[in-house]
Write a protein that binds this ligand. Structure first.
Ligand code: XMP
Length: 522
């Protein structure tokens, strides 16, 4: 793999995605990993990410020069570029000229730095406009490249904004090629990977699918596997992959906890089964969940109860399946960001007890099968399409495991669930028919069940509940912004909900980013 060393930038994950978009497999590791274990991963190339603003800052992480002796191609970005320059004997200075945001990069360098005209821009920037915009974020600057490097670009604030040493297959840029604000960035990254490091673009969705099917078949052998389907994309794609590998020795279990949205169960029972022909067991457990949730209003308590009940139902389903054979393997739709986050979570606060349908306790005696743990969400979606899953399953927006249970602020009851389900269905329908599904990450609809407000409808006073629309845009749900939905769409949603859902007389819009708000209300 290409190893992205994370120097604490919020960009490391993004760099890994961009490397994969160049069809080269990549993984992120923290900068605290020492060179020996890093090299033990057999990297095809190493990318040093951005990070703290100054290599001279106290506690600034250094690059161990041994990294450059291994014969592995290295690409430095921003902080990584400076750390690389410093480690190899170049000069990094506080020049006082900081650059943040859009900056002009030039490959027409001043005479003392300029290279042979033929080398202008170097391999990385060859054929790009001699002046083009890039995204910068730096305080210090490299003022002298290390020996052996050719300087290939500069900017007003960064005399050395790019360099390369083709013999050792090292290169670096001061700017952030991974962000969309550097329009030629992906091209530059691709040139490093393909032309400087000499890597072949072979990480394709078809290759991922073949590779995973072979691995799963090897892991499970003649055994049997069980998969908890949530109706979401991840578990559906994981199940479809495993099914390709072991056929009907896979059984999927779908727990209807009564907190689903309208149409959800049908989508799993009909559409998923139609697309895959998978063995499916649906467990009706709505009463059990509602009983357990009676009288509960505290969000964390709700989450814990739902998680607990889910496990009980699932364990029962597993016991019922014993008659058929020994289900020793458990399929989970764990994604790469989940893995990275749980690995790097030093002292992370427990904001919410995230309950994934996969979030089963350790003492469940299963061996895990996690075919998606190397992938990002968008890659998972492409794998799903490659496997022939319908667009309506693959393109689904995230829906939390605890379902509508954490979108009713107050006690969860059957009546309130019916109200929220109706309002939610209208919002989703209107967003879909406005063609906005791909523009939003998700749009929870939240019922403020303990709040009432006065309204007027057809000359009568009403005293109903508000619902909140929470449309958000996000890359990975770690941060999010509220989506600026067109007013006419908001108007249609509001009018329809207040007309068609008797208990709701007011629709409000949540305009809070994350942070400080989370996406869900509970
Ligand atoms: P928050 O509310 O933490 O949500 O900003 C971030 C993303 O995670 C989803 N979410 C969950 N997903 N189990 C899940 O599988 C959960 O318990 C859970 N809680 C929140 C939420 O919908 C959003 O996409």
């Amino acid at each position: 793999p290409v190893i992205v060393v994370d120097y604490g930038a919020q960009y490391a994950q993004l760099i890994a995605r961009r490397v994969r978009e160049a069809q080269v497999y990549s993984e992120v590791v923290p900068h605290t990993e020492d060179v020996a274990s890093l090299l033990a991963r057999d990297p095809a190339a190493i990318v040093l990410s951005g990070g703290p603003s100054s290599v001279y800052a106290q506690d600034a992480p250094e690059v161990d020069p041994a990294l450059f002796d291994a014969g592995v191609p290295v690409f430095g970005i921003c902080y990584g570029f400076q750390a690389m320059a410093k480690a190899l004997g170049g000069t990094v200075e506080h020049t006082g000229s900081r650059e943040f945001g859009r900056t002009e990069l030039s490959t027409e360098l001043s005479t003392e730095l300029s290279t042979e005209p033929a080398a202008r821009g170097g391999v990385l920037h060859a054929d790009l406009p001699p002046r083009h915009p890039v995204w910068m974020s730096h305080g210090d600057s490299v003022t002298k490249a290390p020996a052996g490097f050719t300087v290939t670009a500069g900017s007003d604030g960064a005399p050395v904004a790019a360099f390369e040493d083709l013999t050792r297959r090292f290169a670096g840029v001061q700017y952030h090629p991974e962000v969309a604000h550097s329009p030629h960035g992906q091209q530059v990254l691709r040139r490093f990977l393909h032309d400087v490091a000499g890597l072949r673009p072979s990480w394709t969705i078809a290759s991922i699918v073949d590779d995973q099917i072979a691995r799963i078949a090897a892991q499970i052998g003649q055994g049997r596997a069980i998969c908890a389907l949530s109706g979401g994309v991840d578990s559906a794609v994981a199940a479809a992959l495993v099914q390709r590998a072991i056929g009907d020795r896979l059984t999927c279990v779908f727990v209807d906890h009564g907190l689903l949205r309208s149409g959800e169960r049908g989508q799993v029972e009909r559409d998923f089964v139609a697309a895959t022909g998978v063995n499916l067991v649906t467990v009706d457990a709505a009463d059990r969940f509602l009983d357990a949730l009676a009288g509960v209003t505290d969000p964390e308590q709700k989450r814990k109860i739902i998680g607990r009940e889910f496990i009980r139902v699932f364990e029962q389903a597993e016991r019922d399946l014993k008659a058929e054979g020994d289900y020793r393997f458990l399929v989970q739709g764990t994604l790469y960001p989940d893995v990275v986050e749980s690995g790097g979570g030093t002292g992370a606060a427990n904001i919410k007890s995230h309950h994934n349908v996969g979030g089963l306790p350790d003492d469940l005696a299963f061996e895990l099968v996690e075919p998606l743990r190397d992938l990002f969400k968008d890659e998972v979606r492409r794998v799903g399409l490659e496997l022939g899953l319908p667009e309506m399953i693959v393109a689904r927006q995230p829906f939390p495991g605890p379902g509508l249970g954490i979108r009713i602020i107050g006690e969860v009851t059957a009546e309130r669930l019916a109200t929220l389900r109706a309002a939610d269905a209208i919002a989703r329908e209107e967003l879909t028919s406005a063609g906005l599904d791909n523009d939003i990450w998700q749009c929870p609809v939240v019922l403020l069940a303990d709040v009432r407000s006065v309204g007027v409808q057809g000359d009568f006073r009403t005293y109903g509940h508000p619902v909140v629309l929470r449309p958000v845009s996000s890359e990975d749900a770690m941060t999010a912004d509220w989506t600026r939905l067109p007013y006419d769409v908001l108007e249609r949603i509001s009018t329809r909900i207040t007309n068609e859902v008797a208990e709701v007389n007011r629709v409000v819009l949540d305009v809070t980013s994350k942070p400080p708000g989370t996406i869900e209300w509970e």
